[in-house]
Design a protein around this ligand. Structure first.
Ligand SMILES: [Zn+2]
Length: 166
C-alpha cells in the first residue's frame, strides 16, 4: 500500500492505494451518465493505482508510421491542422489514479477547452494547493476518466499491509 505526498511541500494527497499489476482495459463511454457525469467509467478503481507504460498526454507529435497511427487515447488528438497524424510524445510510466482519489487538487490553467470535463491534452491541469503541478486529469465525455501524475511530482510512502482478516 502506498500513500502519495506532494514532492514540493509534503502535503499528503491520497489515502493508502494498492498497486495494480497492469493498467485495466479502458472502458469506453457508453453515452450513459457515469458517476453523475457525462464521462467514461474510471479506468482505475478507487483505492488503486497503476503504472502506464505508454506515453501519456502532451506534447503530441507526428507518428512515425503515418499510415498506421493509433490515437493517444480514444477521442484524443489524432490529427493536426496539416493532416499529420499525431501520437502522444508525453512521458511513459506515469502513475495512473482514479481522479477522485486526489480530491484536494486545484485546477491549473492550461488553455484546454472541455465541454463536460478536462480533455487533458495541454499538459498538467491539476496541482497541489502549494501550486506545484501534480497531474493531468482526463475527464471529458470522449476521453478515459483518469489522473496521470507528473513524473517526480509526488513522493511515495510505503504503508504496512494490514494483516489478512484483520
Ligand atoms: Zn504541495
Amino acid at each position: 500500500m502506498t500513500i502519495f505526498h506532494c514532492a514540493s511541500c509534503g502535503t499528503r494527497l491520497t489515502t493508502e492505494l494498492r498497486l495494480l499489476n497492469e493498467v485495466p482495459r479502458r472502458p469506453a463511454y457508453d453515452g450513459l451518465p457515469a458517476e453523475g457525469a457525462r464521462r467514461a467509467p474510471a479506468t482505475v478503481p478507487r483505492g488503486f493505482y497503476a503504472v502506464d507504460p505508454d506515453p501519456t498526454g502532451a506534447p503530441f507529435v507526428p507518428g512515425e508510421d503515418q499510415d498506421d497511427c493509433v490515437p493517444a487515447y480514444p477521442g484524443g488528438p489524432s490529427i493536426n491542422a496539416e493532416g499529420i497524424e499525431l501520437v502522444s510524445g508525453g512521458p511513459r510510466d506515469t502513475l495512473l489514479l482514479h481522479p477522485e482519489d486526489m480530491q484536494d487538487l486545484i485546477l491549473l490553467s492550461t488553455g484546454e477547452a472541455g465541454c463536460c470535463g478536462s480533455p487533458g491534452d495541454k499538459g498538467p491541469n491539476r496541482g497541489c494547493r502549494c501550486g506545484a503541478p501534480i497531474g493531468t486529469e482526463m475527464s471529458e465525455c470522449y476521453t478515459p476518466y483518469e489522473l496521470h501524475l507528473v513524473p517526480g511530482a509526488v513522493v511515495e510512502e510505503q504503508a504496512a499491509e494490514a494483516a489478512p482478516g484483520g
